[in-house]
Design a protein around this ligand. Structure first.
Ligand code: GLY
Length: 387
């Protein structure tokens, strides 16, 4: 039986070196991604799958969580629209974003940012129309409606007493809505949640817990828990990657150095616990992980570290983000040499305990991989201009 706070003796040994195979350069990886997304939306127009089974997208709704992942496929299309300048991609991206518009007033889930940032957020960033702005403002206000007082956190769909580290990915839309509507009370809601998350969901060593439970009457923090990690006191790698990304976003909107410190500590924990190739197991604390890699955590971490480096000018995070990207661009991970595989990145896991998407492709893994590729290309282009 494992003792409390068990860490594997060498956490890096839990994610052994993969046999990388053929390495695609970033342009080839982008072309492959384009091919995969085009095939999916041509074969199943309007469908927004979450994960694959034996490499094939499962087209029914995600049975586990209120649907949270539609934004990622749409976001892939927006990245491709901007990258290729092909009007077909723009048309698809707009069509799928419109399918998601009603989610701006969905009070059943904490995942409004996951749904609307990659879709309407990217639309607005490309073309800042009043319509897109209004969708984002309404989405941000809906998300802010989840604030629990006196605890000072945005609650999950599980229970008013619960919050997740993933919710840090859903504060960006509140910050955005606050900025577009000049609403400082809305801004404060996002800040409050970030501060509570930093205080209760991040440990002293920079690791994070998945779920925090609070007494809704008093606001007292009660305990930690997990759904997709190993156990309550462990560190789920995808949650850690969400933390790097989420606290970086909070820093970008606030300039608050506490948020920067949280982002850096989350990133440093990730780096120090992961082998040089950059792909962690599902949970670093699990002494006997069933699988060596959770590639979607790596894809999120790559995008997050590139963003952190852009926000701060710190080159180390850029170098590590690029290293992860290179690993994921090898055919052990990118499915370019796996005939019939419909996703982009293999060896991701959605929900081991519930038997969903284990060692498969997941839509957010593909999305953040492409986001990281896109950021890497922008960084390369910028460096070229400065040279
Ligand atoms: N629901 C967020 C995640 O699975 O990471």
């Amino acid at each position: 039986m494992a003792s409390p706070n068990t860490e594997p003796r060498d956490p890096k040994a839990a994610s052994p070196d993969p046999h990388l195979g053929r390495l695609l350069d970033f342009t080839e990886a982008m072309v492959f991604a384009q091919h995969q997304v085009r095939a999916l939306i041509t074969q199943g127009p309007g469908q927004m799958p979450t994960y694959t089974k034996n490499g094939h997208w499962v087209l029914e709704d995600d049975p586990w969580a209120p649907t949270w992942s539609g934004g990622f496929l749409t976001g892939l299309m927006w990245i491709l629209a901007r990258h290729t300048q092909d009007p077909w991609w723009r048309q698809q991206a707009e069509r799928y974003s419109e399918l998601l518009e009603p989610r701006k007033s969905d009070t059943s889930t904490h995942d409004i940012g996951f749904v609307l940032e990659p879709s309407w957020g990217r639309w607005y960033d490309l073309d800042p129309t009043p319509r897109a702005r209004d969708v984002l403002i309404e989405g941000g206000r809906t998300m802010a409606g989840r604030l629990q007082t006196p605890g000072g956190y945005l609650s999950t769909w599980v229970d008013p007493g619960s919050t997740f580290i993933d919710v840090m990915m859903n504060v960006g839309i509140i910050f955005r809505a606050a900025a577009y509507s000049n609403d400082s009370a809305l801004h404060d809601v996002a800040v409050t949640h970030c501060r509570t998350s930093r205080r209760y969901l991040m440990r002293g060593d920079g690791s994070t817990l998945h779920e925090g439970w609070f007494d809704t009457e008093t606001g007292e923090f009660l305990r930690s828990a997990t759904h997709q990690g190993w156990r309550a006191d462990s560190t789920w790698s995808r949650g850690q990657a969400w933390a790097i990304y989420g606290f970086t976003t909070a820093y970008q909107y606030t300039g608050d150095t506490d948020m920067l410190d949280a982002a850096r500590r989350a990133a440093d924990f990730y780096i120090s616990h992961t082998s040089g190739h950059g792909v962690p197991p599902n949970d670093w604390s699990d002494p006997a992980p069933a699988l060596p890699w959770e590639a979607s955590a790596a894809a999120i971490a790559a995008a997050a570290m590139l963003r952190l480096s852009i926000a701060t000018g710190l080159d180390d995070y850029q170098a590590y983000g690029l290293r992860i990207l290179t690993t994921l661009s090898s055919t052990e991970f990118i499915a370019a040499d796996t005939p019939g595989w419909q996703g982009i990145i293999r060896h991701a896991t959605y929900h081991q305990r519930n038997g969903l998407g284990i060692d498969e492709s997941v839509m957010w893994g593909d999305y953040y991989f492409l986001e990281a590729l896109d950021l890497a290309q922008q960084l390369t282009a910028k460096a070229g201009q400065q040279a």
